[in-house]
Ligand binder design. Sequence first.
Ligand SMILES: C[S@@+](CC[C@H](N)C(=O)[O-])C[C@H]1O[C@@H](n2cnc3c(N)ncnc32)[C@H](O)[C@@H]1O
Length: 282
Amino acid sequence: MKTTAGRILTEAAARLAAGGVEEPALNAQWLLADATGVERLRLLAEPDTQVAPAALKKFRAGLLQKEQGLPLAYILGWQDFMGLRINVDKRVLVPRPETEELAGHAADFLLGRKGDLSVLDYGSGSGAIGLWLARRFPALRVTGVEISARAINCSADNARELGVADRVKFVKGSTLAAVRSTFDAIVSNPPYIPTGVIPGLAPEVLSEPRVALDGGGDGLDVARMLVRLAPARLKKGGAMIMELGGGQAPRLLAAMPAAVWTGKKTFKDLCGVERFLFARKK
Ligand SMILES: C[S@@+](CC[C@H](N)C(=O)[O-])C[C@H]1O[C@@H](n2cnc3c(N)ncnc32)[C@H](O)[C@@H]1O
């Protein structure tokens, strides 16, 4: 029987590729590492490693789920976010690499602020952004606002597991009116995909919560609400820092009045997409 890691990985990658799965080799490697408890790179360096029957069974079950279009992170039960292990499942969106950049921009801004710092993570989902910021800044207070009670349960568990539950709270709400205080920064990765685009998305994305994706007709329903209500929820000089889809950030910035906002700019992501919006309350 072909039960060495190398053979298993070769066959599994071919099977995933034939099924149209993106990055078939990498997916197979992560699934085998998860099933065996052996580090992914070690499996590659030692392809003659024997895989025990129980691990092989678990691996095959994961492979099937991957073929059926489930995101790898749901199968593993976690996603790495800026070096933190964030538990994820069907209740929440899988945090994306570009959102790591968003969190980095927020951290850059907070480094220049003085005093007791507080951040609002709007549409907190798994909690990834706010939880990473809470770990990055040991005195930072974080509030997450989230429309989905199921997502809040997930993020609250993550906060406990990451040891920051005493400085992080999650509030259920569908607008910024859900909170009363003011913050040094509002950081948000709102749903921003236009409704009409959603049916054409990859199966992996379609297995994530629709409420995490669908931003309404032009994708900007939640984003527009945020820029409208943010001035009342920001301290003087506080920042609105948002992730959006390609082309959306300049459109939204143009609708933010100069009487209220200063330092308006957009940032490109590492792929060159103009994705992040930044503005400070005057
Ligand atoms: C794109 S996901 C971002 C999740 C997480 N912050 C991340 O970056 O991985 C958007 C999140 O906003 C939540 N959401 C959608 N509409 C909302 C609304 N009107 N008010 C609050 N949260 C909302 C969704 O449930 C989802 O968790």
